[in-house]
Design a protein around this ligand. Structure first.
Ligand code: SF4
Length: 311
């Protein structure tokens, strides 16, 4: 049955004709919003360990992490024969070009690796780096540059100490897309000071960006972050979603989103030990995805249903 949203599984199947699995790797890059070049405290919600799978360790080479990642996923995804290496932790273009060439060359030397997803900040790319990735793409490598955009509102970006503006994110995405590279954007719903209406209004802005894929997640207030302290002091500044409530909110958003954009993720998945309350219980992502699909059926709606009303 055709899905009611533009799914990543369908996208990869179309591109590769087979099941493709992502393998996360930590190549030891850092972040300019932590080391002082842009800022020192980092984004107020950030605790990078919370997003890093256990087999990712900078003590291991990139190739070793790929081997271990493939073995880790083999248990659940036995049919996967092709792999895309996901450089997720910190800012994976924040290093001189020679370092990027060495790291990404090592990943692509693995015989099962067919592509790269490179997570980074909009202020960590330049012409030379994008040209390097475009060169890989022109040789048939799947290269997706995934930008942390997080919000379309500059006041929110400033408040959470992102250290860049929405205009910078838009420019980076446009420069990337103009080179024929695949682009991704990462967004958070529930950042302090944003109302539901303001979040929904961003669907039109996101739809106009040259993005191939997007990832969303609900804000999770991670233990030990500056945001945890802010939330304790001013919980009213935050829209907090219950699970069913979030699913309905996200469907409202999907209706407004361009059907051409692949939705790779719509919820976050921080391990329970990093949050004080597991507000949604201990449901697995796959169960929540099933709830989304069921609710789309019940509401008889789909991604982009209202998008064509706008444009
Ligand atoms: S840019 Fe990314 S790694 Fe750096 S502080 Fe923000 S969320 Fe953390």
């Amino acid at each position: 049955m055709k899905k009611r949203y533009n799914s990543a599984v369908g996208w990869y199947r179309e591109r590769f004709g087979a099941r493709v699995q992502k393998v996360a790797v930590n190549a030891g890059f850092t972040c300019p919003n932590r080391d002082g070049r842009v800022g020192t405290g980092g984004c107020t919600y950030c605790l990078n360990e919370a997003f890093n799978p256990s087999y990712c360790s900078v003590d291991k080479s990139v190739l070793q992490q790929i081997e271990e990642g493939i073995a880790f996923h083999a248990v659940r995804y036995r049919r996967a024969e092709k792999f895309i290496v996901y450089f997720q932790a910190f800012s994976n273009t924040y290093a001189p070009l020679e370092v990027l060439e060495r790291v990404y060359g090592e990943a692509l030397s693995h015989r099962k690796v067919v592509g790269l997803v490179v997570g980074t900040r909009p202020d960590c790319v330049d012409d030379a780096k994008l040209d390097y990735f475009a060169g890989l793409a022109s040789r048939g490598v799947h290269v997706q540059i995934e930008y942390g955009v997080e919000s379309c509102y500059d006041r929110t970006l400033a408040h959470v100490n992102r250290g860049h503006t929405f205009a910078q994110a838009r420019e980076a995405i446009m420069q990337t897309s103009a080179r024929g590279l695949l682009t991704g954007g990462h967004f958070i719903f529930g950042l302090p000071g944003e109302s539901r209406e303001e979040m929904l209004a961003t669907a039109a802005i996101v739809s106009q960006l040259p993005l191939n894929a997007v990832k969303f997640h609900q804000l999770q207030v991670i233990k030990g972050t500056a945001m945890e302290a802010e939330y304790a002091l001013a919980p009213d500044r935050f829209v907090r979603f219950g699970l069913r409530d979030y699913i309905d909110f996200f469907i409202d958003y999907l209706e407004l989103l361009s059907p051409a954009i692949v939705v790779e993720r719509f919820i976050g998945e921080v391990p329970p030990r990093y949050v004080r309350r597991t507000e949604w219980g201990l449901l697995r992502n796959v169960e929540i995805l099933r709830m989304l699909e069921q609710r789309l059926e019940e509401r008889d709606t789909w991604q982009g249903r209202k998008w064509s009303d706008i444009y």
